[in-house]
Design a protein around this ligand. Structure first.
Ligand code: PLP
Length: 454
């Protein structure tokens, strides 16, 4: 049920007066009219007016096992009761963080057996880059400071993570680090361009990457940071072979490969980690967050190879041995308890197997929307997807195309479906427990919204 009108009105007034939302539209600051979500169950959320929506955003790519999972809530409550918090710094540990590290090491590919917990995705990416810098410095090559990323990447919102991000729309006001962060060409935008074969696209991307390494000098490059499928930059799926080719190129030049699986990890592509099981590569580090706890608690982690961790240990400076990186809430016990319950639940219900079953159906149903004259493209893989809108004859994130996508989003919301608008895209990442009937509902509401927006 919804809040009564007086309560709802007071909530809105206080929001307007006091809150600066993450990623807020500053032109509406002081006039904002937020959707206030007050309840949630299964794959649905309820707002303060009592309206129900199918949540095709999955919270924010993160609510994977759905809302109202008692097992996770109980595990959190039990841990909070037993021991809510104690410092994780130095030689101090908590039980759920130890257990979770062991589970993550078992799930991770290759020799990624060392876990450094953080508070979320941005801090995981920042920490991974610091490990890369430390690793090269330990081997006597402090000059290896430069970092390769890609246009359209999103790696978070702290200053370094935002510097690594390559979404052009976000780069207008701030001055990000650009002396040692380099953005390679974005893979996947041209996937619908049938005039260029996937092999040609791959060759172009790899030639660009090799040229960048030559220009910067491999001896100056610490690492390459890459989402297996670029998520919020527009759900961009690289051409076949891209992951192996970039992995091989990095390995040849001793450039550490950091796979940012904040979105693709924990089942969204049908596996706990997509790097190896979906794309056939073993990175040097993996960053994860979001689905790690199904969004029930904030938590992130960097999974580090034994090779890197071993090097750090062997080369530690006896006078300055400290790994000076970590956060008050790194590996928070309540968050780790949520993650452990989440992993157990994912295993018991074979959530990854379910995603491999329904993922292709989800993409098929969405691809049918290409018959709409205002759909430029439908992209995605398993349960991450986007519908790109365009006024006929106009491509890209133009003002008219963005207004069109915004209209589609508004009609979806009116139809009881939440999708995430970004530029001229409607992005979808439903809870992984979504069934065929709910997928039909998503496709149906979306088709109606597109027809109304035409
Ligand atoms: N990396 C990727 C691929 C993401 O999509 C995100 C968030 O959307 C982040 C990192 C940042 O994570 P957080 O918002 O938890 O800091």
């Amino acid at each position: 049920g919804g809040r009564d009108d007086a309560v709802h009105g007071r909530l809105l007034a206080d929001d307007t007066r006091h809150v600066l939302h993450p990623w807020a539209d500053l032109s509406t600051l002081g006039k904002q009219d937020p959707l206030v979500i007050t309840g949630a169950e299964g794959v649905e959320v309820v707002d303060s007016r009592g309206r129900r929506y199918l949540d095709a955003i999955g919270g924010m790519w993160c609510v994977t096992v759905g809302y109202g999972r008692e097992e996770i809530v109980e595990a959190m409550a039990a841990q909070a009761r037993a021991m809510p918090y104690f410092t994780p710094f130095g030689d101090v540990a908590n039980e759920p963080a130890i257990e979770l590290a062991a589970q993550l090491a078992a799930l991770a590919p290759g020799d990624l057996n060392r876990v450094h917990f953080t508070t979320g995705g941005s801090t995981a990416v920042e920490s991974a880059v610091r490990v890369a810098h430390l690793y090269h410095a330990a081997l006597g090559r402090p000059g290896r400071r430069h970092v390769l990323s890609r246009t359209d990447a999103y790696h978070g919102s702290t200053y370094l993570a935002a510097s690594l991000s390559g979404k052009q729309a976000d780069r207008v006001r701030f001055r990000y680090e650009d002396t040692w962060v380099h953005h390679l060409e974005s893979p996947g935008h041209d996937a619908d361009d049938t005039s260029v074969s996937a092999a040609e696209r791959l060759a172009g991307l790899m030639a660009g990457m090799e040229a960048a390494i030559d220009r910067i000098g491999a001896e100056n490059i610490a690492c390459f940071v890459a989402e297996p499928v670029l998520a919020s930059g527009g759900v961009l799926v690289p051409p076949p072979g891209y992951h192996q080719a970039t992995r091989e190129l990095c390995g040849r030049h001793d450039i550490l490969y950091i796979s940012d699986e904040v979105v693709t990890g924990f089942g969204r592509l049908g596996h706990f980690f997509a790097s190896q099981d979906r794309f056939g590569i073993v990175p040097d580090m993996i960053t994860t967050a979001k689905g790690l706890t199904s969004g029930y608690q904030p938590l992130g982690a960097v999974l580090i190879s034994d090779r890197i961790a071993g090097t750090l240990a062997e080369t530690a400076d006896p006078d300055k041995p400290v790994f000076s990186n970590g956060f008050t809430y790194s590996g928070h016990p309540v968050a780790c308890a949520a993650a452990l319950a989440n992993i157990e639940l994912m295993r018991r219900e074979d959530i990854c197997g379910h995603v491999r079953d329904v993922g292709p159906y989800f993409m098929d149903r969405l691809r049918e929307l290409r018959s709409s004259p205002i759909v430029a493209a439908v992209r995605g893989d398993h349960l991450m997807a986007c519908v790109e809108c365009r006024v006929p004859g106009e491509s890209g994130p133009t003002p008219r195309n963005m207004a069109l996508a915004h209209r589609v989003d508004t009609y979806c919301e009116a139809g009881g479906l939440l999708v995430r608008p970004y530029e001229n895209l409607c992005i979808m990442s439903p809870p992984l427990v979504v069934g065929a009937a709910e997928i039909d509902r998503i496709a149906g509401v979306m088709a109606d919204a597109l027809a109304r927006a035409e």
